[in-house]
Design a protein around this ligand. Structure first.
Ligand SMILES: NC(=O)c1ccc[n+]([C@@H]2O[C@H](COP(=O)([O-])OP(=O)(O)OC[C@H]3O[C@@H](n4cnc5c(N)ncnc54)[C@H](OP(=O)(O)O)[C@@H]3O)[C@@H](O)[C@H]2O)c1
Length: 266
């Protein structure tokens, strides 16, 4: 797709990958609107060059009102980049259903709420691209990623299901699966993050993929190959491979030593 002149709405645009994509889209000539909860952060990213529309993806009314404001101020939305996300490592010794549910609310329902806000308009115009940011963590079960990975796998399936369902409408769906990217989301991770890249590099890969009308945008290449290969590993072998990772102490009094845990997800 031609990004120059496109009306693009980045949901989750106040920091990290979403902010970098918003800047890259603006550099490539798109007219950009950004949404998230933190108003000050949004204004910092916008730098006066983007429309700022605060919204909370967990609230369908908030997201739909934000999309309406973008349409009123900038015109019909050609591209929606859905980047809002939440990650917290799960602890088997202290299973936190609140944390699990927050992943569902932000990552899964949040993506659905944003899709609901743009899809009817795109279908009416028989034009538009919905680009959802999932993760390579959705490819395979990773220790510590029980909540995050489950929602990322669900996002991958959601986006593919929607893509095939509306394939003949003129509206396209793109699945974006990054590996590790240096952002606030990964800043607290204490495990190795192989092949980690900067948000600016991620944004360039995403915008290049959008321009080439890729169905899936997966990067960086070495992490993508690793995780695609991991999908072919039988589950028994996968479990054995993870068996070499030190387990947390799951006794009633024991607490896992976070620093010793080689777990994680992009
Ligand atoms: N970093 C990585 O290694 C990596 C790898 C693969 C995939 N991803 C995915 O990439 C996406 C962006 O993550 P990031 O790394 O850029 O992290 P980030 O810097 O923490 O950005 C997350 C964005 O989501 C927004 N957000 C969170 N909850 C929200 C809510 N309830 N309503 C509206 N916006 C909300 C945040 O804005 P506010 O706090 O202002 O609301 C922020 O703009 C996520 O979907 C993440 O899962 C990241």
């Amino acid at each position: 797709m031609r990004l120059k002149g496109t009306v693009a709405w980045v949901v989750g645009g106040s920091s990290g990958i979403g902010a970098a994509v918003a800047r890259e889209l603006a550099c490539r000539g798109a007219t950009v609107a950004i949404s998230a909860r933190r108003n000050d952060q949004l204004h910092d990213v916008a730098g006066g060059d983007m429309l700022v529309v605060p919204a909370d993806v967990t609230d369908p009314a908030s997201v739909s009102a934000a999309a309406e404001r973008v349409r009123q101020e900038l015109g019909p939305i050609d591209l929606a980049v859905l980047s809002a996300g939440y990650w917290k490592q799960m602890d088997p010794a202290d299973w936190d259903t609140g944390v699990f549910d927050e992943h569902l609310r932000v990552n899964l329902s949040g993506m659905s709420n944003a899709i609901a806000a743009v899809l009817p308009g795109m279908l009416l115009r028989r034009h538009g691209v919905i680009a959802g940011i999932a993760s390579l963590a959705g490819y395979r079960g990773l220790a510590g990623s029980e909540a995050y990975g489950a929602t990322k796998a669900a996002q991958i399936n959601l986006l593919e299901s929607l893509r095939v369902h509306i394939a003949r409408t003129g509206v396209r769906v793109t699945t974006i699966c990054p590996g590790f990217v240096r952002t606030g989301l990964t800043a607290g991770n204490r495990f190795p993050m192989p092949f980690i890249i900067d948000a600016g590099q991620a944004a360039r890969s995403i915008c290049d993929g959008l321009e080439r009308e890729r169905t899936e945008i997966v990067f960086p290449v070495r992490m993508a190959l690793l995780m695609k290969a991991a999908r072919l590993v039988p589950s028994r072998v996968w479990t054995t491979l993870w068996g070499s990772v030190p387990l947390p102490d799951t006794s009633p009094t024991g607490r896992p030593d976070r620093d010793q845990r080689k777990q994680g997800a992009p």
